[in-house]
Every structure is written in C-alpha cells, then in structure tokens.
Design a protein. Structure first.
Lengths: 189, 197
C-alpha cells in the first residue's frame, strides 16, 4: 500500500511538469550567461564609440577626451581646454531622447549638440537629428534659459526655431538641455 | 520535404495569408534595411526554436508545453538581441524594443505549437525556414515600398529623381496600414490568377 502511493508520486504529472520546466530553465539560463559575457563588453564599447564620435562631431579639433564623473573634458592639440561635453536625457514625443551637448570652457555658449538616442516620428520629430535643427545650437548662448519660437526666425539670443510639425520634439530637446544646464551651473557655484 | 519549405513562402505566408506578427511588420518597416534585419532576426529565432522544440517534443508534458516553448523562444530572442547590440549597434538602435518583442510574435509560437511539436527535426527545420524566409520577404517588400515613396531611397541609395517630394505619410503608421492592405490585395489577386490557370 505504502509502496504504491510512493510510485504514484513519482509518476505524478506535477513532478514531471516541475522537473521539465526546471531543466529547460537551467539550460536556458546557462546559455544566456555565456551570451551575456560575450556581448556586454562589446555593447559597452559600441556605446563608448558612439559617444566619442558625437564629441568629435561637436569639437572637430579635439585631441583628447577625458571623463570626469559624468562630464567629458575636451582638450585640443597643445593641451588647451576646448570645452566640456555631457549627456542629458529626458522624455521626447515617443520615447526617451538622449543628447550629447558640447559647451565652451566658460559655460556660456553651446558648441553643438548630437542626438545619441531617440524614437521620434520618422520624417517629423526625427528631424531633431538633422543638421538644420542641430546647427541652430551652435554658439547658442546659455546665460539665460533657451527658448523656442514657431514659424519665424529666432531674434533674441538663446532662441531657436522649432521644427514645423514637430513642436513637441523640439521643445523636448530644449527642455532637456535647460534642465541639465541648470544642474551644471548649480554644481559650479 | 520541399513542400514544408514552400508552404511558408506562398500558400501560408505568415504576413500575407496568416496575417500574423503584425506588430513588427507595421512598426519597423519604415526602411527596407530595417525590414530585412527584423526578418532575419525572426528567422533565426523561429528556426532555432523550432529545431529545439522538435528535439525535446517527446519529453514535454502536455500541460506545461506553452511555458516551455516560451522559455525556449525567449532564450533565442535574448541571444539575437545581444548579438545585434554587440555586432550591429546602429541597426539594433533603430529597431529598438521590437527585437525583444519577437518573443510575443505569434508566428514563432504558432510554428512551435502547430508544427514543430508534432513533426521530426528535419521537417520542422524546413517548415520554420520557409516561414522565416516568407516573413523576411514580406517585410523587405513592405519596407522597400515605404522607403521609396516616403524617402526616395532604397537600402539607403537614391532611386527617385531629383526634386521628388517624399510622401511623409508612407513612413508614418498610416502608411504602414495602407501599404500592407494594398500588398495583401495584390497577393490575393496573384494567388487567384495562379489558381485559375
């Protein structure tokens, strides 16, 4: 009698189910460990390379880039300080926008921006990665907060023109930069 | 044998006939290259998971087959995601969350459930390969139409004349639905003609 019930437990489908799932789980976990170990350093390299490329686009004469905490210090040929670069991110129209902003050593004017990551609408919001939009940030004063105007040319310093049909994306870029600038200025005080 | 392969290409094409896996089909086909990458990643997942499921099909308890299949599929999807991120960073960035979302692509679980769990390894492999290639072809065609009309390029090369105005709607979600609808219509028309012959 006792023997019979023991047998029943072994043949029990619950035990089989748990066993099968456990084995599959262990094997899949083991495979993923190897893939993760192979891929992680490469992914980190890719991200670093993308950031470096963006810094080079903003500071074409950059010779040396040094990372200090979250801020990249960019120096030129003879070791002179060319400016700083930092990443900033925030919500766009469809997802997170991640930017790289280059700024002069006095922290008074932006040297350029690059979009590292975005999921904006193709053809409209995605134009924030276009040169026409990015160029507006070159030498843009940051002594005041940056503002944007719609459907007309910017007049005051610190003003940019929003992309037609993509005000939300343009505004997102402006507010991401403003927020980060405020943070950086506070740190410097 | 070849029938298993051909089925996914035409008679049971995952996109045009079964209308499965619509989420990546509509979302990533703004460019032909994205359609191709998505299609190849999906092909990799459907082929490998079908083979593995066919191998283990006899020791899978009936009641837990769906979770087991899901674990197998999720493993291969994670592998594909990491490999793309490690080796094709730009493409993986453009495809965003749609690579991890292959897990819930019904084409894959559908093949596991309807075919791989009932047939031997060789036939499951051919069936999955056919489905994968059929899916890839559909995504490339969709992506090509949308890229040409929406941006004037194909695989990044300019194919339209200078001064061609891009139809921005084609790269927006609405363009995906319009193009897919027209392609399914054209597919059915061609299918009908062939049957009449």
């Amino acid at each position: 009698m006792e023997n019979k019930s023991k047998k029943n437990i072994l043949n029990n489908s619950v035990v089989r189910m748990i066993g099968a799932l456990t084995i599959v789980g262990i094997i899949s976990g083991a495979i993923l460990v190897f893939v993760y170990k192979y891929a992680t350093p490469r992914i980190e390299n890719n991200i670093k390379a993308a950031t470096n490329r963006a810094i080079e686009n903003i500071f074409p004469d950059a010779q040396n880039v040094q990372k200090e905490k979250d801020i990249y210090k960019v120096t030129g040929k003879d070791g002179n300080l060319m400016g700083y670069a930092f990443t900033a991110e925030g919500n766009g129209y469809q997802g997170t926008i991640k930017l790289l902003v280059g700024i002069d050593p006095e922290i008074s004017a932006i040297q350029g921006i690059e979009i590292l990551e975005s999921q904006e609408t193709p053809g409209l919001g995605a134009e924030i990665s276009g040169n026409k939009f990015k160029k507006q940030f070159k030498n843009l004063s940051v002594s005041e907060v940056i503002t944007y105007v719609k459907n007309k040319k910017p007049e005051k310093p610190g003003e940019i023109e929003a992309i037609a049909g993509a005000t939300i994306s343009s505004r997102a870029v402006v507010s991401i930069i403003n927020k980060k600038m405020e943070e950086i200025k506070r740190q410097r005080l | 044998m070849t029938k298993d392969f051909i089925r996914g290409l035409w008679k049971e094409n995952p996109v045009f006939v079964q209308v499965l896996g619509m989420c990546p089909t509509l979302a990533v086909t703004t460019k032909a290259l994205f359609g191709l990458s998505m299609g190849l990643a999906t092909t990799f997942v459907v082929v490998s998971s079908s083979v593995v499921i066919s191998v283990i099909r006899k020791c899978v308890p009936e009641q837990v087959r769906i979770p087991m299949f899901t674990v197998v599929i999720a493993t291969f999807v994670t592998v594909a995601d990491y490999m793309l991120k490690a080796n094709f960073f730009e493409i993986s960035k453009a495809l965003g969350p749609y690579i991890p979302l292959i897990v819930v692509n019904c084409v894959i679980l559908g093949r596991a459930e309807a075919f791989a769990s009932k047939h031997n390894v060789m036939r499951s492999f051919l069936d999955a390969l056919g489905m994968g290639v059929g899916f890839t072809c559909a995504l490339v065609v969709l992506g090509a139409v949308r890229e040409i009309l929406g941006g004037g390029t194909l695989f990044g090369y300019r194919v339209m004349w200078e001064g061609f105005t891009s139809w921005i709607i084609m790269i927006l979600p609405a363009g995906a639905f319009i193009t897919l609808g027209l392609l399914v219509g054209a597919f059915n028309m061609a299918d009908k003609r062939m049957k009449e012959k």
